[in-house]
Design a protein around this ligand. Structure first.
Ligand code: S3P
Length: 425
């Protein structure tokens, strides 16, 4: 599907965006290995989370989906059963990496694969630590999916993370539930901690002391209701739209504002953005708030270090904001962008380039001259949902209309993205 996005004059709206992708995945996975029924509300029914549901159904778990309400009839830590067929993770890196850890210590074998993009995303980052735990996991494609797992007893390890990745950390923590002792994961830079929060909520024993994360196996996990907050990664597109569009005010309600995810707010605030968090509260152990955003004159900043993992998925839309800022923005320490659903350094530079943007690529990020006025053009999503949505945000303040080809990939994380965008007019 092609999508045409026309410029917008002004935004004045109160909106809600769909549920958090990371938390939705985890609610299904951990609900499946908890005893009892996990009732999930605010579940993201995007393609990625539906891939997770499909995998757990094949692992013998009964899951009911009714709009954004999902009930997972969990069978406990040792209740999964051997799948009859391949587990297809679709486009979802979170699914393949987390369930690899979860399946490594089971008493059965399985095969995992996904789409063309998944088959280009590095899996050695989980194969290595899981193998150190004694897992029998192998790639039949030189470090990429397909993966074959032969379930086997696991041993506890101490693992220092070579990259900041919540997917790798979570994979090891899930394997640790089936290990013979205390597993330690050490992270230099904090990555999202939804796994630690939700596993503990279900009865696991995971402690984090200054980045030294210790997991002690427990006998059983127990189901509990999960309320999924709105995804800050999805909210980010509308925050940026509000900041960049003249005379605008937009409120995004009920957004998850876990500190490991709010790098984008910190970056925008440092640029001089007018963003206020109101109505702060806790929902299921996760902090939530409403974000009130007003048009702002942004100034350039240098982005690097600890903030990068705290906003890794929002960097594409951050780049769109940086193009409008005053001064030169530098993004560094962001090599991880190269191994996302697309190489997001290359794809963002290429697609925004078609709209007139001049961005210089560096080894670990990019240099963005601010004050660039964009024009419409024909762009391509690269089948990457966040590239498509970032280009759509750029198009709102470009001169003339912009076409995005293969635009329906937004369904991965934000099925009603275009409808919500159009509703702002
Ligand atoms: C995710 C972790 C991040 C993020 C992805 C979701 C998660 O990936 O980019 O969209 O749910 O754990 P990495 O762990 O590879 O950084």
């Amino acid at each position: 599907m092609d999508k045409v996005i026309k410029p917008i004059n002004k935004i004045n709206a109160v909106i809600t965006v769909p549920g958090d992708k990371s938390i939705s995945h985890r609610a299904v996975m951990f609900g499946s290995i908890a005893k009892g029924d996990t009732e999930i509300t605010g579940f993201l029914t995007g393609d990625d989370c539906m891939s997770t549901i499909s995998c757990f159904k094949k692992l013998g778990i009964d899951i009911e989906v009714n709009g954004d309400k999902v009930v997972v009839h969990g069978k406990g830590l040792h209740g999964l059963t051997a799948p009859d067929e391949l587990l297809d993770v679709g486009n979802s890196g979170t699914t393949i990496r987390l369930i690899s850890g979860l399946l490594a210590g089971q008493k059965f074998n399985c095969k995992l694969n996904g789409d063309a993009s998944i088959q280009k995303r590095p899996m050695n980052r989980v194969i290595k630590p899981l193998s150190a735990m004694g897992a029998k996991i192998k790639s039949t494609n030189d470090g990429y999916a397909p993966l074959e797992i032969t379930g086997t007893p696991l041993k506890a390890i101490e693992y220092k993370m070579p990259v900041a990745s919540a997917q790798v950390k979570s994979s090891v923590l899930l394997a640790s539930l089936y290990a013979d002792g205390e597993t330690v994961v050490i992270e230099d830079m904090p990555s999202r901690d939804h796994t630690e929060i939700m596993l503990n909520y279900f009865g696991a024993d995971i402690k984090n002391e200054n980045g030294r994360i210790t997991s002690t196996p427990v006998e059983e996990l127990y189901a509990k209701p999960v309320t999924v907050p709105a995804d800050i990664s999805s909210a980010a597109f509308f925050i940026a739209a509000g900041l960049l569009t003249p005379n605008s005010e937009i409120t995004v309600t009920n957004v998850g504002i876990n500190k490991t995810r709010t790098g984008i707010l910190d970056a925008f605030l440092e640029m001089g953005a007018d963003i206020k968090i109101t109505n702060e509260r806790l929902a299921g152990g996760e902090p939530v708030g409403d974000l009130v955003v007003k048009t702002s004159d942004l100034k350039a900043i240098t982005l690097g270090g600890d903030i990068i993992p705290r906003m890794i998925d929002e960097i594409p839309v951050f780049v769109v904001a940086a193009l409008a800022a005053n001064g030169t923005t530098v993004v560094k320490d962001a090599q991880e962008l190269k191994v996302k659903e697309s190489n997001r350094i290359a794809t963002m530079i290429e697609e925004l380039g078609k709209m007139g943007a001049k961005i210089t690529e560096t080894d670990d990020g990019m240099i963005i001259e601010g004050g660039q006025k964009l024009h419409g053009g024909t762009t391509y999503s690269h089948l990457d949902h966040r590239v498509a949505m970032s280009v759509a945000v750029a198009a709102l303040n470009a001169e003339g209309a912009t076409t995005i080809t293969d635009a329906d990939c937004v369904g991965i994380s934000f099925p009603n993205f275009y409808e919500l965008l159009e509703s702002l007019r």
